[in-house]
Unconditional design. Structure first.
Length: 214
């Protein structure tokens, strides 16, 4: 089924710009971004490219997480490979269901660097089932939820949260697909270490291949 736009459908896909936030970006190699500097970089990038939404990030290795303790546990390999696709836009931008789905779980993951308000939804297709994760929403997106609530393609899920409620990031949607939730509820790793990458590459397929926007 053709995916409905994840963000406000009044923003045309022609206004989306692919952005590289990886450590391989030569600009960022000279001046690595932290979470607070990311918003300025994205604002300038979208202004220069006449865009409204920046997108990208699947399996990107990023510096963004180095300021958060939960991504850099002592005596363990840091988690810096991003497992979803980010859609960067203004706080308050509406978020919509790409396909029909059923609410699985939700939470407000308030630790710095975490998802903030997050929703997980189950989608069933003819040949497969997949779970979608919507992270960094605004707090009101969690109002009125209940397990098993149904969403139709295009239904309003919520809106993008501000840095004060979304884990401390520039406003964006973290959208991730998951084959096996491994027992998680209201959460699932969105960043992994290099050693974990082979497993998560298989369990978290590239969302853009299913969304089919570009």
């Amino acid at each position: 089924m053709q995916a409905h736009p994840l963000l406000d459908p009044r923003i045309p896909l022609s206004a989306y710009r692919k952005v590289d936030l990886s450590i391989d970006n030569p600009i960022l190699r000279q001046a690595p971004l932290d979470a607070s500097g990311c918003q300025s970089y994205l604002r300038d990038f979208l202004g220069e490219t006449n865009g409204k939404v920046g997108w990208g990030g699947y399996l990107e290795q990023r510096d963004l997480y180095r300021g958060f303790d939960n991504f850099n546990p002592q005596a363990q390999e840091p988690r810096e490979y991003h497992l979803g696709v980010d859609f960067w836009a203004d706080a308050g931008t509406s978020v919509h269901a790409p396909w029909d789905g059923t609410l699985h779980s939700w939470a407000n993951q308030t630790a710095p660097g975490n998802y903030g308000p997050v929703i997980l939804m189950v989608h069933r297709f003819q040949d497969r089932q997949v779970v979608s994760l919507f992270g960094h929403l605004c707090g009101s997106s969690l109002n009125g939820l209940y397990e098993g609530k149904t969403f139709r393609r295009g239904d309003l899920i919520g809106s993008l949260g501000s840095p004060g409620e979304n884990g401390g990031y520039a406003p964006h949607l973290h959208f991730q697909l998951i084959n096996d939730l491994q027992g998680f509820r209201g959460d699932y790793p969105g960043v992994c270490s290099r050693a974990e990458l082979p497993f998560f590459r298989q369990n978290c397929p590239d969302p853009m291949e299913m969304l089919g926007y570009f």
